[in-house]
Ligand binder design. Structure first.
Ligand SMILES: [Cu+2]
Length: 377
């Protein structure tokens, strides 16, 4: 059907984002696609739905029910095969509750919301109203342990707990209310996260710490899964940004280029200066583009670039990356720019100046840093 939307993507070789306007979208209507979806009835006001690592148990958090319904995936497939339906809504068949239900965990808690799983076949549900985490066996439909949390837990997370391979050592409870837990610093208090050891038979509270926002869906994985994919720098040699410069000499050589009222500045940033850091010949009425390449090839050395009076006041440039900041000076004067990310002991000195002349002046474009200077022909 007709719909206008923008498909945005970043070309990794240039770092430049492009937006493509599209005019149609594909819409699937269930009544035209039999078998695409089925309803699983879940009492009452279901909130979360989570599937066990082996794919067999589909657990609905019936928030206003004290009995936790556990649906069976294999029973569901059979029910679909045998057409055990209780009705239909807009072309989507409703499966018969009794045909798909594995069991109900009776009196599990008040307000069960979300369920996570460990690597031993146990499930852990967050209980919003009774403020607790309850450990149970979905297979045997049996509650095994419960631990109070402070207070009103929403989500919870176990490393890999939403995947086919959980690491079952820790659980973090994400709580929405912390009255009486922390220093009363103002009208709003922080929310809380609580780290719980789930490696033993009984759950054990290890740590209670403030967090912000309403802590929500989160995932945890062991750090060594991330380390081998981590990006420390962008390779300067592979930077294909049309205004990238790879050295200070190149920045001086390419320098500042005027195209009518448009001025493009090739600039480098490295501890602890910009090249060029002294520019004149810009005029009121010009649109100035600072194309700043961070030529560092070292981990954790981003540089910032802020231009006094620019609409977007600041960009943060990672090592090897080029970013552009647009600026339209409105009156003559000398304007400072500076690095906005603490990069070294001389970070505070990492700054420069642009001299802006009146609209009709004939001040020549000149640029440089220290003794390296150049002027336009
Ligand atoms: Cu810096």
């Amino acid at each position: 059907m007709k719909a206008i939307y923008y498909h945005n993507y970043v070309d990794p070789s240039t770092g430049i984002a492009k937006a493509e306007k599209k005019t149609s979208v594909t819409v699937l209507l269930p009544k035209d696609c039999p078998g695409v979806a089925y309803y699983l009835p879940t009492p009452k006001s279901p909130h979360g739905v989570d599937v066990s690592p082996d794919g067999e148990y589909i657990i609905g958090g019936g928030k206003l029910s004290v009995n936790q319904p556990i649906h069976s995936f294999s029973k569901m497939i059979n029910a679909i095969k045998n057409k055990q339906f209780a009705g239909e809504i807009e072309g989507i068949p409703i499966l018969k509750y009794e045909a798909v239900n594995h069991c109900e965990v009776k009196n599990i808690c008040l307000g069960p919301l979300h369920t996570e799983f460990d690597d031993k076949g146990y499930a852990y549900v967050s209980c919003f109203i009774s403020s607790e985490v309850v450990k149970y066996s979905p297979k045997e439909c049996k509650v095994l342990d419960r631990i109070p949390v402070y207070y009103s837990i929403g989500h919870l997370v176990i490393p890999g707990g939403d995947s086919a391979k959980p690491w079952g050592k820790y659980l973090i409870a994400m709580n929405k209310i912390t009255k009486d837990r922390y220093l009363p610093t103002g009208p709003e208090l922080p929310h809380a996260a609580q780290l719980i050891d789930i490696s033993g038979k009984k759950m054990k509270m290890l740590l209670d710490f403030p967090t912000h926002g309403e802590p929500h869906y989160a995932q945890m994985i062991p750090a060594d899964l991330v380390v081998k994919h981590q990006k420390k720098i962008y390779d300067l040699g592979k930077n294909k940004h049309p205004y990238a410069v790879k050295s200070e000499d190149e920045a001086i050589k390419k320098g500042v280029v005027r195209k009518g009222n448009e001025v493009h500045i090739y600039m480098t940033a490295i501890r602890s200066h910009f090249t060029p850091d002294n520019i004149e010949g810009i005029k009121v009425g010009d649109t100035v583009y600072f194309h700043v390449t961070n030529i560092e090839q070292d981990w954790d050395i981003p540089h910032g670039f802020a231009m006094f009076g620019a609409d977007v006041p600041n960009v943060l440039i990672m090592p090897g990356e080029t970013l552009t900041l647009k600026w339209k000076p409105e009156k003559p004067g000398v304007y400072p720019f500076y690095c906005t990310d603490f990069c070294s002991a001389l970070h505070q000195e990492m700054q420069g100046y642009v001299r802006v002349s009146p609209r009709n002046s004939n001040v020549k474009l000149c640029w440089g840093t220290g003794n390296k200077r150049k002027c336009a022909d």
